[in-house]
Design a protein around this ligand. Structure first.
Ligand code: PAF
Length: 294
């Protein structure tokens, strides 16, 4: 297939290398690169990728969008005139709330959303390391996207394990719950994920998950505060050596994904008239830190 990766950061570069080794024609679209780039993943031979080719974009079967949530809409707005209506758009980022806007911007394109737990790190622009084996979940957002279940085989062949969901929103909400509980706390306190297992944080995490489970239930997702708390603690354990993405954004004074993580939860809580004061407090704290950035 002709696949273009929009925003080849760590996760985008990881998929670029795997999809290319699986035999697809992969090119990149990125502000950071010129016409082509060599990318090496772990100890595999480096691969040369074409970058920013309008021809490749116009003939893409799949556009895999791996930019962060806050820039999904502005970036797709810029390239929309070069995209064919048949190109399948696949969004893969932390947080929720972008698919609605993209479906309005490009209503005729099949739209698929995904989430991954693979760990990747890009120590330099030409290198990507696969730091943690995980799994990926996809599902259709609009009617066209729901007919793209064959993508499960395409992506599974490149980088297993991949699951296709008839209700991807449930998987995304569960990932959102984990991000709401871990990311702001690690960013505010400047700690690795593993620190959150200390008793100091457990009271706050228990309040967060109790609030989040109410919102999930109101959204029709079957869960309980106990099962969310246990899932969050499993992820804290499994990623104990990681610095969360929000921690890294805050340390590097980059805009974080807070509006698409806790911000999205707050919006949905408000729509259902549910009070979520602990999440609200963390949201305001991150906003305050961001305002103090240069
Ligand atoms: O955003 C992140 O960093 C990750 O989604 C997670 C699961 C919190 C692990 O660091």
């Amino acid at each position: 297939m002709n696949i273009v990766i929009l925003g080849p950061g760590a996760i985008g570069s990881l998929w670029a290398c795997h999809l290319s080794r699986a035999g697809h024609s992969v090119s990149l679209w990125s502000r950071q690169h010129n016409n082509s780039i060599y990318l090496q993943q772990d100890h595999n031979p480096a691969v040369q990728f074409t970058c920013n080719s309008k021809e490749k974009l116009a003939s893409a079967d799949v556009l895999l969008v791996t930019v962060k949530a806050p820039i999904v809409e502005p970036t797709l707005e810029q390239i929309a005139p070069s995209l064919a209506q048949e190109t399948i758009l696949v969004l893969m980022h932390n947080g929720m709330g972008t698919a609605e806007a993209i479906n309005t911007l490009l209503p005729n394109n099949p739209l698929v959303i995904g989430t991954t737990t693979h760990g990747a790190f890009r120590p330099k622009p030409n290198q990507v390391l696969h730091t943690g084996n995980g799994y990926t979940e996809f599902g259709g957002f609009n009617e066209g996207g729901k007919r793209c279940d064959f993508l499960q085989t395409v992506f599974e062949h490149a980088l297993p394990k991949v699951t296709w969901h008839s209700n991807i929103l449930s998987a995304l909400w569960h990932k959102l719950a984990i991000n709401c509980a871990i990311n702001p706390l690690t960013a505010i306190n400047q700690v690795k994920n593993g620190h959150l297992s200390s008793p100091n944080y457990q009271k706050t995490i228990t309040s967060l998950t109790a609030e989040i489970s109410q919102v999930l239930n109101a959204e029709g997702i079957d869960t309980s505060s106990e099962s969310l708390l246990s899932k969050v603690n499993q992820v804290i354990e499994a990623t104990s050596e990681n610095y969360s993405s929000m921690h890294q954004d805050i340390v590097h004074q980059r805009p974080s994904e807070i509006d698409f993580i806790t911000g999205y939860l707050l919006q949905r809580a408000k729509a259902h008239n549910i009070s979520v004061p602990t999440n609200e407090q963390l949201f305001q704290h991150i906003k305050q830190i961001e305002q103090n950035h240069d």
